[in-house]
Ligand binder design. Sequence first.
Ligand SMILES: Cc1ncc(C[n+]2csc(CCOP(=O)(O)OP(=O)(O)O)c2C)c(N)n1
Ligand SMILES: CC(=O)[C@@H](O)[C@H](O)COP(=O)(O)O
Ligand SMILES: [Mg+2]
Length: 628
Amino acid sequence: MLLENMKSPDDLKHLTISQLQQLSEEIRRFLIENLSKTGGHLAPNLGVVELTIALHYCFNSPKDKILWDVGHQAYVHKILTGRKDDFPTLRQYKGLCGFPKMAESAHDVWETGHSSTSLSGAMGMASARDLKKENYHVIGVIGDGALTGGMAFEALNHIGHEKKNVIVVLNDNEMSIAPNVGAMHNYLGKLRTDHIYNRAKDEVESLLKAIPAVGGKLAQLAEKVKDSMKYMLVSGILFEELGFTYIGPIDGHNLELVIDSLRTAANTRGPVLLHVITKKGKGYLPAEQNAMKWHGTDTYKIESGEMIKAVAAAPAYKSVFADTLIKLTQQDDRIVAITPAMPDGSGLLKYASVYPERMFDVGIAEQHACTFAAGLATQGMKPFLAIYSTFLQRAYDQLIHDVARMKLPVVFAVDRAGLVGADGETHQGVYDIAFMRAIPNMVIMAPKDENEMQHMMKTAAEYDGPISFRYPRGNGLGVKMDEELKALPIGQMEVVREGKGVAVLSFGHIYDVAEKAINLLQMDGIMPMFVNARFCKPLDEELLLRLAKENMDIVTVEEGCVQGGFGSAVMEFYAEQGYHNMVVEPMGIPDYFVEHGSVKEQRQEISLTAEAIAARVRSLLPVNKQRA
Ligand SMILES: Cc1ncc(C[n+]2csc(CCOP(=O)(O)OP(=O)(O)O)c2C)c(N)n1
Ligand SMILES: CC(=O)[C@@H](O)[C@H](O)COP(=O)(O)O
Ligand SMILES: [Mg+2]
């Protein structure tokens, strides 16, 4: 077993090619066995075993900087950089992060989680290196999916213009999470099938130059001819024209070839793009056969490939979203659906099976997705943009400038809102309430459960302006689903239970935690008022004024950042109305990045639990307030 002796990338350097090949098989086996117990991003990592070994074999991390785009495929990098023994804790609370993490290792020179940032980071590092007159390689490893992200093109443009010594390794497995989309994907497909390599160009040149006497003249002519021939002979012309030396496409599982190609890249001046063809899920048949399903997995049985996950009693929010959107589209042919590269995660694959011409997967292009929706809305369509809260952050200016300012009727279905669990701090969907609330003309909703979500979707479908509703990763509460969808009155909260002294205002799916707190209090004879807020913008001013007049103290609860969130909105309201003695205690996500773990553990850590909410209410009871 070679793997057990791998403590650092230096341990690779003396291995032979056949030993490296043996190591790649050991790492594959390690991934399959360990992730069967922890879950994680199996298919992406199985696809980059040889590539990662070759990178650490050819370069000297961390002096040479290796950046992993998205970073979900950095497990092999972590195994080779001394962290294989931590894999039983992968993506668990206080355990190994599923993405590169500087605090874990000096070899993690760049943190990722969101797509398409590696090349910008690489350009920054290369520019710093050159300004400081230092000498090391900078290598950005980016997938074909991540290359559909606009930031990647911005970086390619800059790197090519500055002719920086940066190596871009394009890991092309034809997959994003789902099969990749877009014209760039089609272009890469052409390159994959082209068997004309870079060498052809050089051969032609040396041939012409070898012709005695006229050879020199011809070679000059050839320069011109070459440029036109380049379009025929040289694959990768798009990258060549951007100032890159294009190498490839090469078989990314052929260790020797990858090593040779990386060495060629390392010895090539200026920007280089090495196009590597890999298979997502390589070496584990179930993952090879369905790379989308095995992109991110739960625990599974290795032999059968059967996923081991508790059968949920309640429907997944993404399924309720898709089913309801199908229902709404049957009644409203203005409706279309958009996803930025998350057709499966958003549930829209199901919608597309019914309305293929109405579902748009635009690739990892959240900014485009948002403004594309705006364009559709100007022409009378009713776009539902299904977008993870954390990825909506990418489209903030488009939300403001292209949708809200023009008051366009775009619906933002903000999925994975709140704490998301194992993906951790880069994926927590906890800022959307605050960043959307600041935008004029926005209506902001959040359902307490999956049944209310379908009514909010009806509300959104009928509302003539920019509107959003947020919902969490995972499953609903298993509540009864109303047959008939009814639009809610905009801005109206729901008084679940009348009460005295203290009012608990819960916004969104944290409702079931708040409800448990109310039940705990009731067991002690404490009867606060309980409100399902439903709307963060506009607020239910009538109800808030009533609470002020009844001298209620208020506890607000949201699975979103306290700063600028729903609780802030309530506090601002009372300040504006001149109620300067109102007690409003906001509970939500505190001012730090919540790391990976289960949602339960994350809520415990930040005291967003039934017990904590109940304690906060108790602290406001007159008997306790006097003591304070
Ligand atoms: C900004 C952003 N949007 C969407 C995602 C979700 N996401 C994670 S991995 C992935 C596909 C990446 O495809 P690729 O870069 O080709 O890597 P592969 O998994 O094929 O190795 C997507 C869409 C993300 N991480 N960041
Ligand atoms: C790495 C990445 O960004 C995606 O794979 C993400 O982890 C998907 O999240 P869900 O599992 O919530 O769809
Ligand atoms: Mg890919």
